[in-house]
Design a protein around this ligand. Structure first.
Ligand SMILES: C[S@@+](CC[C@H](N)C(=O)[O-])C[C@H]1O[C@@H](n2cnc3c(N)ncnc32)[C@H](O)[C@@H]1O
Length: 217
């Protein structure tokens, strides 16, 4: 199932999770890979996490709330119908966003259309086996673009696919309030999240699992 888009009605949920040191490390690593590319489109750019590390990024997002917080250049738009001509970007990224689409292939095909020949597509997403230490109180729901299926989906559009996975104890939740907030970022209602957090022993270190999936032709 696709993940709901609540960025205009509940921006706080996203904000609770997006500024952690582990999250920042993800963008720093991606920015390193993007360094040789002059024209980079970040589809589903949010409020600018990648742009903070990659100054050449043009942001595109379907949420006005998110886009307002993203530095220019930025464009309001839909991942499945990009408002750009063919071949005008050297790289296109889609970081933690393709799981919002009922059919992510529509957006991956659009990314390929706006890429120049030999350009790089990068999708980042998480695994269904993320944060196993929370298993007694919460499990991630399957989405339309989990790390388990992402390489095959990208491979339907691009000839070459490269996967770089992570599977490491990257996040420590210091107390129950931190566990509650983490669960809220993963769409658990706040009251329910508080109750579930009360059953968890803290501090709790979480194993984060996900992947960068690179596509090129
Ligand atoms: C989890 S946030 C990630 C934001 C950013 N990529 C980051 O990593 O910080 C997902 C973003 O994708 C945007 N989004 C979701 N579906 C979209 C679509 N179909 N077209 C454009 N933007 C979309 C949302 O508005 C939101 O800003």
């Amino acid at each position: 199932m696709s993940v709901p888009r609540d960025y205009d009605v509940n921006p706080r949920r996203f904000a609770l999770g997006s500024r952690s040191p582990a999250a920042r490390a993800l963008y720093v690593r991606l920015a390193e890979r993007l360094r040789p590319f002059a024209r980079v489109l970040d589809v589903g750019c949010g409020d600018g996490n990648l742009r903070a590390e990659s100054p050449q990024v043009v942001g595109l997002d379907g949420s006005m709330t998110m886009l307002r917080a993203h530095p220019a250049p930025r464009v309001m738009g839909e991942a499945a119908a990009l408002p750009f001509r063919d071949g005008c970007f050297d790289a296109v990224t889609a970081v933690n966003m393709l799981y919002h689409l009922p059919d992510p292939l529509l957006a991956i095909r659009e990314a390929r259309r706006v890429l120049r020949p030999g350009g790089l597509f990068v999708a980042v997403t998480r695994s269904r086996a993320d944060s196993p230490e929370l298993a007694e109180v919460w499990r991630p729901a399957a989405t339309t673009f989990d790390a388990e299926e992402a390489p095959a989906l990208v491979g339907e559009v691009f000839e070459r696919v490269e996967v770089e996975s992570w599977d490491a104890p990257l996040v420590t939740l210091g107390d129950r309030a931190a566990v509650r907030d983490y669960l809220v970022t993963r769409f658990v209602e706040p009251a329910d999240a508080g109750e579930r957090a009360s059953r968890v022993r803290t501090p709790l270190t979480l194993t984060k699992r996900g992947a960068y999936v690179y596509g090129s032709s």
